[in-house]
Write a protein that binds this ligand. Sequence first.
Ligand code: ADP
Length: 188
Amino acid sequence: MKERSLILVKHDGVVRGLIGKIISRFEDVGLKIIGMKMVWADEELARNHYILDEEWAKKVFEKTKSSYEKEGREFPYKDHMEFGRTIQQWNVDFLREGPVVVIAIEGPHAVEIARKIVGTTEPLQSPPGTIRGDFAMIESYKIADSKKRVLRNLVHASDSPENGLREIALWFKEEELHHYPKELDKHI
Ligand code: ADP
């Protein structure tokens, strides 16, 4: 029943001084932090984190396209892999811009809860109460894409339990993860 999710406070969150505020959102709901450190990723780590697979490219393509269409703008890309490659490169460059805070969390429904806390990909659409809605709402696809840069949306959270395990194994060595009881464990 327990899941794990990898959380990154991306470099925009670090330079804006939001590390503590972001971490507290995950602590507040009772998720257990089992690993935490600051890392400045190299090219290999950044590429292994943002893997370009067809399913992800399709998802990013569709999400961005529907936001353009909602605003009555024409989406200039036709090929989801070409678009995915562009976004992947922007993500890799952004991940290498400076240090990020890497957190491994664990708990029942950890992936779903973390995604809810983080909010939607585009901060403009992310409701108040979410990290992206509270601290980055001014950021949008329109601004990011017009500047040909990544959406600066403060935080990453794994999008599935499988990716949670994969991403934690990528960023942490086994001995960097810690197992200890928390109050809530008695009831779940
Ligand atoms: P999420 O982080 O919400 O899981 P995705 O996995 O769809 O989002 O995309 C990964 C990251 O790529 C996003 O957090 C965002 O920073 C960036 N991104 C996605 N789509 C775009 C876009 N159209 N323009 C700029 N950056 C984007």
